[in-house]
Design a protein around this ligand. Structure first.
Ligand SMILES: [Zn+2]
Length: 283
C-alpha cells in the first residue's frame, strides 16, 4: 500500500530502526526494491531524484511507483529526493508522491527555513510528508555538486531552531557522509548524530550512505538515523551484473536477458541493506 513518509518513519523513530530509501529510474529497479521489501517483510521508500525524473519523466516514475505501492503487501512511500524547485515539488505532489524533500541547504538558515516552510504549508495541507536538509552534504548527486571544502556539518543548535520553526517531518543531516563513490573510508560524527537527535526528537536522514561500513551504519541507526538513502550501491550492482552478463554472452540482444541479472543483483543488495538497517519484519 502507498503510505506517507512520516507514517513509515514515525514507527522507525519510535522503535529505533531505519528504513531504506532507494533511488528509482526504471521498472527493473522498482521491481527489485519491492520484491526485496516483500521477501523481508520490510517497509520501504522509493525515491526519485531530479535526474531520475528528467530521465523517465514524472508521469512514468509516479505511475510505476504508485502501481508498485498499491500491489505491494508492505507499506511503500513514494518520495522526491533533493527537490530544489518549488514548482517541481508541487508537480510531484500533484502526481501522487506521498513524500517530498525540499533541499534548501545551499542557503543560509533563515532562507532555508523560509523556503522549507513554503513547501510544508502546501504539502501538509494535502497530507504529504516533507524532508528538509540542514548543513551541506558533500559530493555529487546528479546536478547538485558540493565541493568537499564547502561541505559543512549540521549544527545541533541550528537544527533545533530549524525543526521548531518549520515543523518539518524528518531532517537530513550532514555528519560526515558524501554522495557518490568514496575515495577513502568515511568517518561519521556519531556524537553529532546523538546530540541532534536529542535536541530535535524527529526521524533523521542519512544521505550518501552507499560505501559506509556496516558497523558505522549500525551505530548511526542506534543513535537516531531512521531513513537511509542508497543509490550508488544499486548502480554498482546494476552495472556490474550487466557487464558480467554481456562479457559471458556477447551475442545476446534480449533486453530481458540482459536486465534480468541486474534486477536480481540489485535485489540481493537491497535485502542486505534492509537487514542491516533493522527494517526486516517491521512491515
Ligand atoms: Zn542525498
Amino acid at each position: 500500500m502507498l503510505v506517507t513518509g512520516i507514517e513509515i518513519l514515525r514507527h522507525a523513530h519510535e522503535n529505533n530502526y531505519a528504513v531504506g530509501a532507494f533511488n528509482v529510474n526504471n521498472m527493473e529497479i522498482v521491481q527489485a526494491i519491492i520484491e526485496a521489501a516483500e521477501e523481508t517483510n520490510s517497509p520501504v521508500i522509493l525515491q526519485a531524484s531530479q535526474g531520475g525524473l528528467k530521465y523517465a519523466g514524472v508521469e512514468y516514475i509516479a505511475a510505476l511507483g504508485k502501481l508498485a505501492a498499491h500491489k505491494a503487501k508492505v507499506p511503500v512511500a513514494l518520495h522526491l529526493d533533493h527537490g530544489t524547485d518549488f514548482q517541481q515539488i508541487m508537480l510531484c505532489i500533484r502526481h501522487g508522491f506521498s513524500s517530498v524533500m525540499i533541499d534548501g541547504s545551499k542557503y543560509g538558515l533563515e532562507e532555508n527555513i523560509a523556503i522549507t516552510k513554503k513547501v510544508i504549508e502546501v504539502a501538509h495541507a494535502v497530507g504529504v510528508s516533507v524532508e528538509a536538509e540542514l548543513g551541506k552534504i558533500g559530493g555529487t548527486e546528479d546536478d547538485i555538486v558540493v565541493d568537499e571544502r564547502e561541505a559543512t556539518f549540521t549544527d545541533p543548535k541550528e537544527a533545533k531552531i530549524f525543526v521548531d520553526e518549520t515543523n518539518v517531518d524528518y531532517l537530513a543531516v550532514a555528519v560526515g557522509t558524501a554522495h557518490g563513490v568514496y575515495k577513502g573510508e568515511p568517518e561519521l560524527d556519531f556524537d553529532r548524530i546523538k546530540t541532534i537527535k536529542e535536541m530535535v526528537n524527529i526521524p533523521l536522514v542519512l544521505h550518501g550512505s552507499s560505501g559506509v561500513p556496516d558497523e558505522s551504519i549500525k551505530r548511526a541507526v542506534s543513535l537516531g538515523i531512521n531513513k537511509i538513502n542508497i543509490d550508488t550501491d544499486l548502480r554498482i550492482a546494476f552495472a556490474t551484473a550487466i557487464k558480467d552478463f554481456l562479457a559471458d554472452n556477447p551475442d545476446n540482444i534480449d533486453p530481458r536477458k540482459i536486465l534480468g541479472p541486474a534486477k536480481k543483483a540489485m535485489k540481493e543488495v537491497i535485502k542486505k541493506k534492509m537487514e542491516l538497517f533493522g527494517s526486516v519484519g517491521r512491515a
